[in-house]
Design a protein around this ligand. Structure first.
Ligand code: NAD
Length: 297
């Protein structure tokens, strides 16, 4: 039995979206889903979701539609394309985009939606698949306060820390800055581990010591254990990390801001993709550091 008045649509049922959608179903929301992969919708069907054959059909049955799609082109297509959300969602409906895309596309989509009486917030998330599963994600919201308040009950199911960071598109600015830092830090960690190995350090001891020292970071504390165990199941895939560094580069160029470390990190993640690592977790960037130094940790 549904306990909430808002009906939710969910588009994009991958590593993040599937877990967020399941939490909404478990919390008593009526949820209608769509993904281009049949196996993804099948899983959600087994958890109690209704399925639809395109974003328009999802939206016809929803008050709020949530997106968790890979990159700007899929979000633009799902909202504004043929059989898209704007063809199905009623006036007064709300779009919540939890995907990581660029602020410029977000503003463009929100403007078109507003012309049809549909509200939108950008609400990119952080906390990984673990946070998505536990409903503890951090959510960086850009958009009008009244729209955020209207979907607060929904957001509270998928995340724990909900930050209203500014006007539409601001959530994406915060998220791209976050992922720029994560990408750069992961490369720093990989380079450091390879050198430490060559210099004869015990890497397990090194982990314990650095964790409580000034060199610690989220990338070090959370990702070194999987690097040491060579466990690279995603998680957050290398190609998605590369995509976000690219979006951050576009943002830097649009403001004329030099960002040499960002550019370098973008190229390193591109090289990792060329090595065939694209579908592994972003911590597999250690493999690139190992390869160029011919040192295996
Ligand atoms: P994913 O590749 O696991 O999932 C994406 C899903 O979208 C897939 O199920 C895919 O089939 C579906 N899809 C692709 N194109 C589609 C379309 N046109 N219509 C409908 N469905 C389509 O990716 P993910 O890791 O779940 O990431 C989703 C978004 O969240 C990305 O923008 C990513 O950058 C962001 N994100 C990911 C993480 C993470 O840890 N994985 C964390 C924070 C944010």
């Amino acid at each position: 039995m549904t306990k909430h008045k808002d009906k939710i649509g969910f588009i994009g049922l991958g590593a993040m979206g599937s877990r967020m959608a399941i939490n909404l179903i478990n919390d008593g929301f009526e949820v209608t889903v769509y993904d281009i992969r049949a196996e993804a919708t099948k899983l959600l069907l087994s958890k109690g979701a209704k399925t639809a054959k395109n974003p328009r059909e999802v939206s016809e049955n929803s008050d709020i539609v949530i997106l968790s799609l890979p990159s700007p082109s899929e979000v633009i297509d799902a909202v504004m394309g043929k059989n898209g959300i704007l063809e199905g969602l009623k006036e007064g409906g709300i779009i919540i985009d939890t995907s990581t895309i660029d602020p410029h596309s977000t503003k463009k989509i929100a403007k078109t939606a507003k012309e049809k009486g549909i509200g939108m917030i950008d609400a990119p998330v952080s906390g990984g698949t673990f946070g998505a599963e536990k409903g503890t994600l951090s959510i960086m919201v850009g958009g009008e306060e009244k729209i955020l308040n209207a979907c607060m009950d929904t957001l509270k199911v998928i995340g724990k820390n909900i930050y209203h960071v500014g006007e539409i598109g601001s959530g994406q600015v915060f998220k791209l800055i976050n992922n720029m830092l994560v990408g750069i830090n992961l490369i720093a960690v990989s380079e450091a581990l390879v050198l430490a190995q060559k210099a004869g350090a015990n890497l397990n001891t090194l982990y314990e010591v650095i964790k409580t020292s000034a060199g610690n970071s989220w990338a070090f504390e959370i990702k070194v254990p999987s690097m040491l165990k060579k466990e690279f199941q995603p998680g957050f895939k290398i190609w998605l990390q590369h995509k976000d560094l690219g979006l951050a580069m576009d943002m830097a160029s649009s403001y004329g801001v030099p960002a040499p470390l960002l550019a370098y990190s973008y190229e390193i993640f591109k090289s990792a993709k060329a090595l065939g690592l694209e579908d592994l977790d972003h911590s597999a960037i250690i493999r690139f550091a190992e390869k160029i130094s011919e040192i295996e940790i």
